[in-house]
Design a protein around this ligand. Structure first.
Ligand code: CDT
Length: 301
């Protein structure tokens, strides 16, 4: 059996005024707890180091660079890498990335047990809008602050399995999972920040959004015979509430662990990566059963 004990490290709210150091201290506390519970891998949310800043409008785009990291690890995050390496735990977390040539991405990294970044993913499906929209109850300016990811949906052979990453809105798109499924993915790591209300549709509240979260993640897991670990940043950030509902889902699409709070909370589960084999060799044996001659429209429009 190929066992991988994963810890979904849900994080409670991060306020606009919170320092990186304060946030990283919380991440280290979760890492220490995960070590005590035998985790091999800790998964943190999207944009784990800061508040969900795309809700804030900066007329001058350059002012938003305060939310971005231009090195990883950098001066603030080195302690997190050091602690993970001391514990011999792998980790994945999201952050806002500014590249040396001035590009901006919503990024997540996969760090192995020796503290080396072995994988990087840049968010492809960017929701929201680029300009201030007075019609919305709140802003969601990901299209202002980030460029669409340019790395595709790779998978990495590490930790005894085949791992992939996606970020928040990506989890709602079947193509996200299928592109990794076609590469044999066995565990998909996803961080998210999901507002509890739809800024354009007052009637859609937290219950519906938690339902859509489960629906998307469970379907992606089942239809690709993969584990999925989906991790929220939750609760009230400066008056803006976000759903929790972090999940670990097995290759049958069943929930094996689910967050009960909207705070910092660790979900730990020992995942048998060999459980992916049955679905991949039977109902979702892609080579035998897919009919790609009928799928062209998916990539032509
Ligand atoms: N962070 C992120 O991608 N959030 C979106 C909100 C959608 S509404 C603009 C999500 O899909 O959860």
């Amino acid at each position: 059996m190929r066992m991988l004990t994963v810890a979904a490290a849900q994080m409670g709210p991060i306020q606009k005024a919170d320092s990186r150091a304060a946030v990283i201290a919380r991440m280290i506390a979760l890492l220490d707890e995960a070590k005590g519970k035998g985790a091999d891998l800790v998964v943190y949310p999207e944009l784990a180091l800061t508040t969900f800043f795309p809700r804030w409008y900066h007329e001058d785009r350059g002012e938003a660079d305060i939310w971005f990291e231009d090195a990883m690890p950098g001066p603030a995050t080195q302690v997190l890498f050091d602690r993970a390496r001391e514990h011999g735990i792998a980790m994945s977390f999201g952050y806002a990335e500014k590249t040396s040539d001035g590009h901006h991405f919503n990024t997540s990294v996969l760090v192995d047990k020796t503290g080396v970044i072995v994988g990087k993913y840049r968010k492809i499906h960017l929701p929201g809008h680029a300009e201030y929209d007075p019609e919305r109850t709140h802003q969601h300016l990901e299209k202002r602050y980030f460029e669409p990811g340019d790395l595709g949906f790779p998978v990495w052979r590490t930790l005894g399995g085949v791992l992939g990453m996606a970020i928040c809105n990506d989890r709602r798109w079947p193509e996200t999972y299928r592109v990794m499924g076609l590469q044999g993915v066995e565990m998909v790591l996803i961080g998210y920040n999901t507002p509890s209300v739809n800024s354009q549709r007052g009637a859609e509240g937290p219950e519906k959004r938690l339902f859509h979260n489960r629906l998307s993640v469970q379907a992606g897991a089942y239809q690709n015979a993969t584990w999925v670990v989906a991790v929220a940043k939750a609760g009230d950030e400066d008056g803006h509430h976000m759903i929790g509902g972090s999940l670990i889902v097995d290759p049958n699409g069943e929930i094996v662990a689910e967050a009960k709070t909207e705070g910092d909370e660790l979900l730990v589960h020992a995942c048998n990566l060999d459980e992916t084999a049955f679905g991949k060799s039977t109902i979702f044996d892609f080579a035998r059963h897919r009919r790609i001659e009928h799928y062209g429209i998916i990539t032509s429009q």
